[in-house]
Design a protein around this ligand. Structure first.
Ligand SMILES: Nc1ncnc2c1ncn2[C@@H]1O[C@H](COP(=O)(O)OP(=O)(O)O)[C@@H](O)[C@H]1O
Ligand SMILES: [Mg+2]
Length: 351
């Protein structure tokens, strides 16, 4: 595997490995080791896996590169993992880079011209591509060529440079921010959705085996239920519970210990973390339950609004804790109930 951003390991959201891998945090290292490496090993997202399986099998039978693929969905659901799996299944190399790392057209032209036939180019956070870089991708993706401009002013000449048939895999938390010409050039578009608790239980049991941790079914289920539908969070909570068990209980994880450790991590029974709860209580207490614009919530919380839109809101929307309308975000009675507030109308319910 080659990494175009210069580090030995590809970056993946909060799992980015620093430039000196020997100093990398154990958690980050472990996260890479926990990634499934084939479609058969991949848990959940059955429709996505089926479509990719068909795409890979057909392309391999033709001896061709698989079509360009776009993965979109909230962080931690498996976009980077799937990109690497595609390269493994296609028995090819993967070059891993990200939108913000490609600053100038020369960066992308350099990478493209080094790709061999069938290679995968993975661009994470593809919605953050510089516009001038993005334009080079249009002809690269469609016609497998880039136009080099040599010389300046009146002497400038455009030289077409042919590329090998590669596969571009893009990942984004916000498909809506992609320009139409870029979005349309992906032959396969897959949306990753939150995982069901049963699937996350399997993810946790698999990771526990890899980490050589003893965990019973109930405890795996308890962690799964509090993981915000997200495998990355499930793995992180498993590691925290493991640490806790190691220090307090001879390394065996049972339900009581799992609950205790999860409470210490600030995760509640619905899987909401501190920021989720702060977001909800801000709307409730500062904005009377809404509707309120996301920028106002972000300013009150002193957070970046894109964190709220990309990370916090998708899960709260899915849980039915907030609704989004043209006038802003509004809290639901379900959220009021979860946080122990009386429902709309302000009266405390008398049971
Ligand atoms: N289907 C899955 N089965 C098991 N583990 C998974 C699965 N999908 C993701 N993971 C785990 O979750 C973590 C985050 O996945 P990643 O691909 O980095 O998410 P994304 O790129 O969407 O943010 C990875 O470390 C991986 O171990
Ligand atoms: Mg990623």
């Amino acid at each position: 595997m080659v990494d175009a951003t210069g580090s030995k390991y590809p970056d993946g959201d909060d799992e980015e490995l620093p430039n000196q891998p020997e100093k990398a945090d154990d958690d980050i290292r472990a996260a890479w080791n926990l990634r499934p490496r084939s479609l058969a090993e991949y848990i959940g997202q059955p429709e996505v896996v089926e479509r990719l399986h068909i795409g890979v099998s057909a392309a391999r039978a033709r001896g061709d590169a698989i079509d360009h693929i776009l993965f979109h969905g909230p962080p931690g659901l498996g976009k980077t993992t799937l990109a690497h799996i595609i390269a493994v299944e296609m028995v090819t190399n993967i070059t891993h880079t990200s939108g913000p790392a490609l600053e100038r057209p020369a960066d992308i032209v350099g990478i493209l011209s080094n790709l061999a036939a069938g290679d995968v180019l993975f661009i994470d956070e593809i919605h953050r591509l510089n516009h001038s870089v993005e334009e080079y991708l249009y002809s690269a993706m469609e016609d497998f060529k880039v136009d080099f401009v040599a010389g300046k002013g009146a002497y400038a000449k455009t030289i077409p440079f042919p590329l090998k048939h590669f596969t571009l895999i893009g990942a984004t938390t916000r498909a809506g921010l992609l320009s139409a010409p870029l979005r349309d050039r992906f032959g396969i578009t897959c949306h990753l959705d939150f995982y069901a608790d049963d699937e996350l239980t399997l993810v946790i049991k698999r990771s526990a085996t890899l980490l050589k941790v003893n965990i019973d079914e109930e405890s795996a289920r308890e962690i799964a239920g509090r993981s915000r539908g997200t495998p990355r969070i499930a793995n992180r909570l498993l590691r925290r519970v493991r640490d806790y068990a190691q220090v307090k209980a001879d390394s065996n994880i049972d339900l009581e210990l799992a609950k205790h450790a999860l409470a210490q991590e600030g995760v509640d029974s619905a899987g909401l973390d501190r920021l989720d709860r702060q977001y909800l209580t801000t709307i409730l207490q500062n904005y009377d339950g809404g509707p309120v614009g996301v920028e106002a919530i972000a300013a009150t919380l002193n957070e970046d609004s894109s964190i709220l839109v990309d990370v916090v809101e998708p899960f709260l929307l899915k849980m039915g804790f907030v609704i989004r309308s043209s006038s802003g975000r509004k809290i639901t009675d379900l959220a009021r109930d979860h946080l122990g507030f009386p429902p709309t109308g302000g009266q405390v319910r008398l049971l």
